[in-house]
Design a protein around this ligand. Structure first.
Ligand code: KG4
Ligand code: ZN
Length: 359
């Protein structure tokens, strides 16, 4: 089936998507016009609940989504002064993420589409993160290179068109956000610790800890972060065993050293891609995902892209974390599901952008 983007290109009429996002611990409903103009975005975060357990508890996440989703849909409609009659299609994240959490959004979206006789669109969360950039950079269009860095994913993609993504490199183990969150936890910071780690790193010495930048056997572009995570956690445990105090300065030094090693891992892959793949020449670099909010990563990427003469797009902090506006933006470009596919739409926990289809 065609996308709303293709339909608009044919008849020039505006198209409005209402989208649902529930892949992890944010429930969000947003309304976006023509994939570019955010009309509303109502989001409920569950971080306070999960902070009690030091991480996301999947079943609690699903229950909290179920409680929040109807109210947020009403809020997204009233904030935009629209009714369901003004909506052209309903979009929903159906992969990747926590399966129970995804299913609450998918079932709600299917029910809403069925009851209102609106078409349904299935959206990949990772492509959604990238599409956050369409909401603030009207001139941005594929092809470009996307670096998606989040709590669950870290990948470098060649984005050939709005819907075709080719994996250049991806993490073999932990995602970058997971390293921030786990190290934050051993430093006694509340979940999710990414933003607090960012602040501590600004005050610390990035050379205080000797940490190595990982190398992945057989791939220049894949990432590995579990060694870095384990090295830092072991260091903290050793200090505790020796009775050494984890004072503010030490925490800042640990955060700065870890952040520096993680960023170097990302930058070396991007530099290798710049050096070795002519396809990247002239293409913009697009940053996306929750970890895209990291001030040190943003600065390092700016320096690297300037060095190679590439244009860099970085979304505002408000669009880095999970939200449904980015899902609605991507939904504009994705094919509308036919009736049978809409009725049988399922959710998938693991990423479906095939990591084996390498450059
Ligand atoms: O994209 P996201 O909201 O969820 C996933 O799709 O995974 O990313 C959440 C991740 C968390 O790990 C959080 O700690 C991290 O993004 N994060 C940061 C910062 N702000 C959020 N990591 C580093 N520095 C930040 N400023
Ligand atoms: Zn996300």
């Amino acid at each position: 089936m065609e996308s709303l983007y293709e339909l608009k290109k044919r008849d020039g009429k505006d198209r409005v998507v209402l989208a649902i996002e529930s892949s992890c611990d944010e429930t969000s409903v947003a309304i976006v016009k023509n994939g570019r103009e955010q009309l509303s975005c109502a989001t409920a975060t569950q971080t306070d609940i999960h902070a009690l357990y030091g991480g996301v508890v999947p079943e609690i996440a699903s229950r909290a989504h179920t409680e929040a989703i109807c109210g947020l849909t009403e809020k997204a409609l009233s904030d935009s002064s629209l009714t369901m009659d003004d909506i052209d299609a309903i979009g929903v994240t159906n992969t990747p993420g926590l399966i129970g959490a995804l299913l609450t959004g998918v079932c709600f979206a299917k029910g809403l589409a069925y009851a209102t006789k609106k078409p349904l669109i299935a959206i990949d969360h990772i492509k959604g993160h990238t599409a956050a950039n369409y909401l603030c950079f009207p001139e941005l269009e594929p092809p470009f290179t996307a670096l998606v860095v989040s709590g669950g994913h870290t990948s470098l993609f060649a984005v050939e068109s709005y819907t075709e993504y080719r994996v250049i490199g991806s993490t073999r183990d932990d995602a970058a956000g997971e390293v921030f969150d786990k190290v934050a936890r051993v430093l006694g910071l509340p979940y999710p610790g990414g933003a607090a780690m960012d602040r501590l790193a600004s005050e610390g010495d990035k050379n205080a800890l000797k940490l190595t930048v990982s190398h992945v056997e057989g791939s220049k572009y894949d990432f590995s972060f579990s060694g870095l995570k384990t090295a830092v956690i072991n260091k903290v445990h050793q200090m505790e065993q020796k009775g050494e105090e984890l004072d503010h300065k030490t925490k800042c030094d640990i955060a700065a050293s870890m952040t520096n090693a993680l960023i170097k891992t990302v930058i070396t892959r991007l530099e290798a891609y710049f050096e070795e793949c002519p396809e990247i020449k002239g293409r913009p670099i697009v940053l996306a995902g929750g970890v895209a909010a990291n001030s040190h990563l943003r600065k390092a990427l700016k320096e690297t892209t300037e060095k190679y003469g590439a244009v860099l797009y970085q979304p505002p902090l408000s669009l880095c974390g999970d939200n449904a506006a980015m899902i609605a933006a991507q939904g504009f470009y994705e094919p509308i599901l036919d009736e049978k596919k809409a009725l049988t739409l399922n959710a998938y926990a693991t990423a479906r952008i095939n990591p084996l289809k390498k450059a």
